[in-house]
Design a protein around this ligand. Structure first.
Ligand code: MOS
Length: 763
């Protein structure tokens, strides 16, 4: 089935926040944000801005009638700065004006005098000063201290991974419209309508039942709108509540890049030990997460780094420690993979280092240590593994040795271009790591004409979740999909939602929809049994026909629904689903946190230009564990997008803050994301069919986050190509591997001279 949004998307008819027709009297907001990363506000002068053309009011923390607090997990983040600023881009004041232009012009007239305080931008520096967001976490399996004795080889190293700008095509924004009796309706570009509702409740002092959040769809989220959509909705709500007029704020791209947090950069240390047979016997890792100036979701992201610190490998002795470090950067936040990719990069680097020092192929160590069913992970969960299946199928379909030979042959014949290859197996746990968040609700109405309207907590952000939910209902009722409409996500229809995140949205909301539809279906069958005087077990609804004992009856879907209506049978259901089997004990750091795991193996090949340091990703060949996909087109889209986004993070997207904590890569001219020319020249995705996981909706496994991590393979494929040119290059594990870094590594000082390369190109 096609994505139900396809037609309106290509016609430009899909409604995003900025497309909502505004109500007469709507005012526009713009934020004045801190020009300094750390300091004490001595004086704030809003007087000139207040007199500026079209300005209705300039709001500061003093005007907030509720609590000036938006911290989700930890209350450590004011909505508007009071006396301290903690990062460049921290909101200080909000101008409300008749037009967008007037508001932004007035922002420029605000003056602030800040006494500077020392600025920390580096995670390790913050940890050294004891600047931690939460106490450190430690996951342990076996005993690494003892295990080092069993190791024939031990290697150590450090790694860096940079952040990543979400770059959703639709920037952050909100539109708050006052309703009667002090209540308020807010259209928000958010992954988490309930988080917005709670935050607005806190800052306005209104109870949650007075606050309606409505979301039609997002132009991308990627985690950036899981928590950080709250700010803009809260600002609009405060202004609308004070002024009793609708207030809208849609951020400009540079405001968005400057004021919002990104993927967490990590600095990490590793120590890996292998026995003579190249089995990894021990692994120690220490992660320093750059959290930015406030907690946001950092502690949860930190936890997922630990969950995925051994990626797709079984290691019997593991000690992994993680620090969430407070720095003077915008609070970093969720980003596709949620800390998992950062953890996986480190184990891949450790294996690469071991392979390099032992003079063997990285793939040999990877393959020997792949997870098997019933292996225990450091957090205590034993798995059903598809790791070997994915790897072996990739070998069978794509022939790993042949790819390796082709790369070697190319490199023998070419001096100015070199190829490299890498394999990237993945294992990603599906569920919110916070067990209490794994639940959802669905509200299904069947109207008397037989059409169906469904509301859930799922937010459509381009990932196709609405299409999947529609498919669930169409299958249970066995009716034409065009009889079904998926509603906007609305906190008055569906309460207490978890954000659309953790790849779990289709599973959670799909299962709730399945339950609701099944309840209604059972009532319809019961009615049929009474009406036709047949046994209920003999009744089937198929293609809108009512079948009894395999024979068509005079009843069809439409007639049966109308009959139910006249007989006063309920045609609506509100169902609740909570993922069974999962739990986690934080005091022991053990449990069964995931409903299931998603596996896969990617083979990535790259070509580098050894004069320029530029490169191309030649191919990404994947065997991915989809379970039993209910929508291959949507799942393929998620895989392809995830891979390209992962490659972007690992190879070209470079966030640069200067030592004053100012974002230098603050526009698309200085921050390079993959474009159509940088996508792999070839992407082949094989759907591995697996059927062991009943907690996936119709056994169709979650697909949102896992494929991003295939991109890590691109980093190591580039290292491999660099080594082909400069075998002695001691390449630092420092992602992204930008063309500049490739070039420097190609000509590192103690490199072996390669014939045919002009000396002028050595640096
Ligand atoms: Mo997603 S990174 O779990 O919002």
């Amino acid at each position: 089935m096609n994505n139900i949004d396809a037609k309106t998307h290509v016609r430009g008819q899909s409604i995003y926040l900025d497309d909502i027709p505004v109500i007469q009297g709507t005012l526009y907001a713009a934020c004045f944000d801190s020009p300094m990363a750390h300091g004490v506000i001595k004086q704030l002068d809003i007087s000139i801005a207040e007199q500026s053309k079209g300005v209705i009011k300039v709001i500061t923390y003093k005007n907030i009638m509720g609590e000036n607090q938006i911290g989700g997990i930890i209350p450590d983040e004011p909505l508007l700065a009071e006396h301290h600023v903690h990062f460049c881009g921290m909101p200080i004041a909000l101008v409300i004006a008749e037009t967008d232009e007037d508001a932004r012009a007035a922002v420029k007239k605000i003056k602030v005098d800040i006494d500077p305080l020392p600025i920390i931008t580096d995670a390790r520096a913050a940890a050294a000063k004891g600047e931690l967001i939460v106490p450190p976490r430690k996951f342990k399996l076996g005993d690494t201290t003892k295990a080092w004795n069993e190791c024939a080889y031990i290697f150590e190293g450090t790694t860096e991974t940079n952040g990543q700008e979400h770059l959703y095509i639709e920037t952050q924004g909100a539109y708050a419209v006052p309703q009667e009796n002090n209540s308020i309706k807010i259209y928000s570009s958010t992954q988490g309508p309930t988080a917005v509702q709670k935050t607005v409740s806190k800052v306005t002092g209104l109870a949650m039942h007075q606050i309606e959040i409505d979301v039609t769809r997002l132009g991308g989220g990627f985690g950036g709108k899981e928590d950080q959509a709250n700010t803009w909705a809260a600002l609009c709500a405060v202004a609308a509540h004070i002024l009793k007029r609708p207030v809208k704020y849609a951020l400009h791209r540079m405001e968005d890049m400057r004021m919002t947090g990104k993927r967490h950069p990590y600095s990490s240390d590793f120590r890996i030990g292998l026995n003579k047979d190249l089995k990894i016997m021990a692994y120690e890792a220490t992660f320093y997460q750059n959290a930015g100036a406030a907690a946001d979701l950092s502690s949860a992201v930190l936890e997922r780094t630990l969950f995925h610190c051994t990626n797709s490998y079984y290691i019997p002795n593991v000690t992994a420690t993680a620090y969430s470090c407070r720095t003077n950067l915008p609070p970093n936040t969720a980003f596709r993979g949620f800390g998992g990719p950062q953890g996986m990069f480190v184990i891949e680097a450790a294996i690469a280092k071991a392979a390099d020092k032992l003079g063997i192929d990285k793939t040999v160590i990877q393959q020997k240590n792949l997870l098997q069913t019933d292996n225990e992970l450091p957090y205590g969960q034993k798995l059903v593994s598809e790791a070997h299946e994915c790897w072996n199928k990739a070998d069978e379909l794509y022939n790993i040795d042949k790819i390796k030979n082709d790369v070697e042959n190319f490199n023998k014949k070419n001096n100015l271009y070199k190829k490299g290859m890498a394999l990237m197996p993945i294992c990603f746990g599906i569920s919110f790591t916070n067990t209490m968040m794994n639940h959802a609700r669905s509200l299904v109405h069947v109207y008397s004409d037989g059409s169906v309207n469904i509301s859930t907590g799922a937010v459509e952000m381009g990932q196709g979740v609405n299409t999947k939910i529609l498919q669930v209902a169409a299958q249970i009722f066995s009716i034409n999909p065009n009889k079904i409409k998926i509603n906007t996500t609305n906190t008055f229809r569906i309460a207490n939602t978890s954000p659309s995140a953790a790849s779990a949205t289709a599973d959670l909301n799909g299962k709730a929809t399945l339950i609701a539809c099944t309840e209604i279906l059972n009532r319809l069958k019961q009615l049929t049994a009474e009406e036709l005087k047949v046994d209920v077990t003999s009744i089937q609804l198929k293609n809108e026909k009512i079948i009894v004992d395999g024979k068509e009856t005079e009843l069809d879907w439409q007639k049966l629904v109308m009959l139910a209506f006249t007989k006063r049978v309920s045609l609506s259901e509100h169902a609740h689903y909570a993922t069974p089997e999962i739990y986690f004990d934080k005091t022991k750091e053990k449990g069964h946190p995931f409903a299931y795991h998603v596996y896969g193996t990617a083979i990535i090949t790259t070509t580098i230009d050894c004069l320029r340091g530029t490169y191309e990703v030649d191919s990404v060949k994947v065997v991915h564990d989809f379970g039993s996909s209910i929508n291959k087109a949507i799942d393929l889209g998620q895989i392809e997008g995830g891979i390209v986004q992962g490659i972007g993070w690992m190879t070209m997207e470079e966030i640069i803050y200067d030592k004053d904590g100012k974002l230098r890569s603050n526009a698309l001219s200085t921050y390079k994301v993959p474009d159509i020319y940088s996508v792999p020249k070839e992407m082949i995705i094989h759907f591995l069919h697996t059927d062991k996981d009943n907690l996936a909706i119709f056994k169709s496994k979650a697909v949102g986050e896992p494929p991003l991590m295939y991109g890590i393979g691109a980093y190591f494929a580039l290292c491999d190509a660099i080594k082909a040119f400069n075998p002695s290059a001691d390449i630092k594990f420092d992602a992204p591997m930008t063309p500049e870094k490739v070039l420097l590594n190609l000509y590192k000082k103690n490199s072996i001279a390669v014939s045919g390369v002009p000396i002028a190109h050595q640096v």
